[in-house]
Ligand binder design. Structure first.
Ligand code: ADP
Length: 398
């Protein structure tokens, strides 16, 4: 027999629940059914008297259409006369009627409340669903926003870079123009004065000073030509249009040419020391590039060191490389400038009073690297510099 537990008896009654009264004897036979109970279960007056309580509340019936939820435990189920089942709550109190045990039952139809609970559940689950949908939407909006921020950040940094590049270019242009005018002005005024003097000496037939001035003119024109070539060279290097012609030639030829020219422009008392043991060295390289490179290094050594100092050229032969060094005892390169020295138009702080364009080393490095060579240096401010180039080499059997 199904026991009615105390939990089920303690009902909380809300205003919209009508409570029906039923009295049963100790065998659970109905001895009285109130109007509300009759209406609740669909019986006429007195029709229930004598019937078992189980007719209204069957032992095995569970509360109908009840979805599992935590709101309350599975309840009791009433059955109407037409068989329809509905959830009920029952309050039970033992009484004595004419000396016999009986029970008075208060029965409530809780269909309405159950419906409300189910509606709450349905609404909760719909709310959960909406929250989920909204969360997914929000996540997507956040992802899109993040992407947009990233895109804008990239665009901004690109624009900044472009602006920076433009600024650098315009700075370079200004630097370049001032360099060109500066570099050309001095030799041009020397050429002009030498030409005037040469004309005067020519008229009076003084050949020795005339030739000296012609020599100066030649040298200055050569210098200007060198600078122009440098500018053209940097242009070609940057656009990748340089073309090379590697061939076999004696190293001594290049060294002699370079030193011969260098002696013409060296300062008073500067001595350029020839390398030893190069007479038999044949090199396979672009001769013009090697000449340009060594000219550049020796001219720098002359420019950046004082009168009465020595400049050493040395050659070291290795299995597959040839190292050629130019060592001076000049002003050297300050530590802080050293890492920029191969940058185009870069000039060290201590070189500002010496004429120069800051592009020679950049060109030399570009050409050497295009031809599998390298350039590096060691320098100490106030003591001197040694620039060394390494080019591919293999001894050629005569
Ligand atoms: P330029 O001599 O026309 O300025 P380079 O590209 O040949 O240009 O040299 C770049 C810079 O490197 C020079 O301005 C100078 O500051 C420094 N430099 C190059 N060679 C020497 C050297 N032998 N001694 C001291 N400084 C040097």
């Amino acid at each position: 027999m199904k026991r009615i537990s105390p939990d089920q008896i303690n009902i909380s009654l809300s205003q919209d629940i009508s409570l029906g009264i039923l009295i049963v004897d100790e065998d659970l036979k109905i001895t009285y059914s109130g109007e509300i109970v009759n209406a609740m279960f669909g019986y006429d007056e007195k029709e229930l008297v004598g019937e078992s309580l189980y007719k209204l509340i069957p032992e095995k019936e569970e509360s109908p259409e009840r979805e599992d939820n935590d709101l309350e435990p599975q309840g009791l189920c009433g059955v109407r006369k037409d068989g329809e089942k509905f959830p009920v709550e029952i309050g039970l109190n033992p009484i004595q009627i004419e000396g016999r045990e009986a029970f008075i039952l208060a029965i409530a139809d809780i269909s309405q409340r159950r419906k409300q609970q189910e509606e709450i559940l349905r609404l909760n689950s719909r709310l959960g669903q909406l929250v989920n949908e909204r969360t997914v939407e929000l996540r997507k909006i956040i992802t899109d926003l993040r992407k947009e921020i990233e895109r804008r950040r990239k665009a901004e940094s690109k624009a900044k870079q472009a602006l920076q590049k433009e600024r650098e270019l315009s700075e370079l242009k200004t630097k370049f123009l001032s360099l060109v005018s500066h570099e050309f002005k001095t030799p041009l005024s020397v050429i002009l004065s030498s030409a005037t003097l040469a004309g005067k000496y020519g008229k009076v037939g003084k050949t020795e000073p005339l030739e000296r001035h012609l020599e100066i003119i030649k040298l200055k024109v050569k210098n200007l030509n060198g600078i122009l070539n440098d500018f053209l060279s940097i242009e070609r290097l940057e656009s990748g249009e340089s073309s090379y012609k590697p061939e076999n030639f004696p190293l001594s030829r290049v060294i002699n040419n370079v030193i011969y020219d260098a002696n013409m422009s060296s300062k008073d008392g500067q001595i350029i020391n020839y390398p030893e043991n190069i007479n038999d060295l044949t090199v396979h390289y672009d001769e013009k590039i090697l000449e340009l490179t060594l000219t550049n290094l020796i001219n720098n050594a002359i420019k950046y060191s004082p009168e009465n100092t020595e400049i050493d050229i040395s050659v070291i032969e290795e299995k597959d490389k040839l190292h050629i060094s130019v060592k001076d005892r000049g002003m050297g390169i300050p530590e802080k400038d050293q890492k920029f020295i191969f940058n185009p138009y870069y000039r060290a702080e201590n070189a500002e009073l010496v004429q120069g364009t800051g592009i020679g080393l950049n060109i030399v490095k570009g050409h050497l690297e295009n031809l599998d060579g390298q350039i590096y240096f060691e320098s100490k401010e106030g003591e001197g510099s040694t620039f060394t180039i390494s080019i591919p080499y293999s001894p050629i059997e005569e």
